[in-house]
Design a binder for this molecule. Structure first.
Ligand SMILES: Nc1nc2c(ncn2[C@@H]2O[C@H](COP(=O)(O)OP(=O)(O)OP(=O)(O)O)[C@@H](O)[C@H]2O)c(=O)[nH]1
Ligand SMILES: [Mg+2]
Length: 372
């Protein structure tokens, strides 16, 4: 702290001197009258001495941080603050919707074996099409999802009821191609409806696996249907030419692993002698994983199949894999096979067959599917 002493002839003059030198911060705490003696009594002088201290400069109020920052830094920190405010506001707004209904829907689809792609598409749609209020209503959200699932199915019913004259099935090993060929043969050759009854002939391709003829041959003799197995493309071409008496030719191929590209190509070359005359369907087991279904449907694309036959639907409780694949591939379903029995377990497809398998929905699916 700074101290001072000022001397003047009068007290008022001393104070004035202090004010001029130190301003308002000067605090006088003492005054003293002084007498200076002159020589032999001459020059004697009376003065006043004031003493005091100077107070510290008043503390400047700290400017707010925004004012202290300049230019780019100031802009940057303001943007950061704005971002934080927005983030916390958005979090507050969307959290309840996402956490409750959407996560419930996600778990529901996941539990039914839907693919990640299908789930994220479905959730995006449900959020963009339903109002926040409707989304919070579990029934409305479920109904929306059910509609999405139903709209994914396309069925080739007309063709299933009256197959083109030359029809063939391709597909992976053991999915039920031969069994399906036998079921179709029985359906058309033994049909009580004369209009649907056809003169059927079965052509198994026997060159890729010896014994293929035997399996279908047994069905043929049971149903009294001719079975003409072929071992070369030339035999196949000749057999087709020589079958003008048949009005339904069923070609049963040997299953091929989608990974075995060499034999797949051989088979494709073999079948190419049929030209464009054959209507091909791809048989797929309903319990195949969604990703494998995607691989199979792609690998068999060179066979130019136009429809799908879903087999072994009786062996699975989940249909998310099927719907997810159909969503991507957009292929119609021609038949559904739901059991080993020939010929009864072959069905003309309809949405109910699939929807009734959905698990965990609160909507009464049985009532929904039977009420049409
Ligand atoms: N549960 C069930 N089993 C089926 C179905 N369809 C066929 N199968 C059975 O699946 C097994 C294989 O059937 P196949 O018809 O020989 O299969 P594939 O596709 O001709 O086989 P490959 O010619 O060897 O490729 C047999 O035991 C059939 O009885 C079905 O819809 N459900
Ligand atoms: Mg077979």
């Amino acid at each position: 702290m700074e101290h001072f002493s000022e001397e003047a002839p009068t007290y008022e003059e001393a104070v004035e001197q202090v004010r001029q030198k130190y301003g308002d911060r000067a605090k006088i705490y003492a005054r003293e009258r002084r007498t200076t003696r002159g020589f032999l009594g001459f020059g004697r002088k009376e003065t006043v001495l004031v003493s005091g201290y100077v107070t510290a400069a008043p503390a400047q109020p700290e400017p707010p941080p925004v004012q202290q920052e300049q230019g780019y830094d100031q802009l940057l920190s303001e943007l950061k603050r704005m971002e934080q405010r927005l983030a916390s506001r958005n979090q507050g707004a969307s959290a309840p919707v996402r956490s409750k209904q959407i996560e419930k829907m996600e778990a529901l689809l996941d539990g039914n074996d839907f693919s990640r792609d299908f789930i994220s598409n479905a959730l995006q749609l449900v959020q963009s099409r339903l109002s926040v209020k409707d989304l919070e209503d579990p029934m409305k959200a479920e109904m929306f999802i059910l509609r999405l699932i139903s709209e994914t199915f396309r069925f080739d019913v007309e063709r299933a009821l009256s197959l083109p004259r030359v029809f063939g099935i391709v597909g992976p090993t053991g999915v039920g191609k031969t069994t399906t060929v036998a079921k179709i043969a029985a359906r058309f050759s033994l049909s009580p409806s004369v209009k649907r009854r056809r003169r059927v002939k079965i052509i198994p391709i026997d060159s890729f696996r010896i014994g293929a003829r035997e399996q279908i041959g047994n069905y043929g003799s049971l149903m009294d249907i001719p079975v003409d197995s072929v071992e070369t493309p030339q035999q196949l071409a000749r057999c087709m030419e020589a079958s003008s008496d048949a009005d339904l030719l069923l070609i049963d191929t040997i299953g091929k692993s989608p990974r075995d590209t060499v034999t797949l190509q051989e088979m494709q070359k073999f079948l190419s002698v049929c030209g464009e005359d054959v209507f091909w369907a791809l048989a797929l087991s309903a319990s195949t994983k969604a990703r494998d279904m995607m691989t199979i449907t792609e690998t068999f694309e060179p066979f130019k199949y136009q429809s799908l036959i879903l087999t072994k639907l009786d062996e699975t409780d989940y249909i998310g894999n099927i719907v997810s694949m159909l969503h991507e591939r957009q292929k119609p379903i021609l038949y559904v096979s739901a059991g080993q029995k020939v010929p009864t377990d072959l069905l003309v497809p309809k949405t109910e067959l699939f929807l009734e398998k959905l698990q965990g929905f609160s909507v009464d699916l049985e009532h929904l599917t039977t009420s049409g």
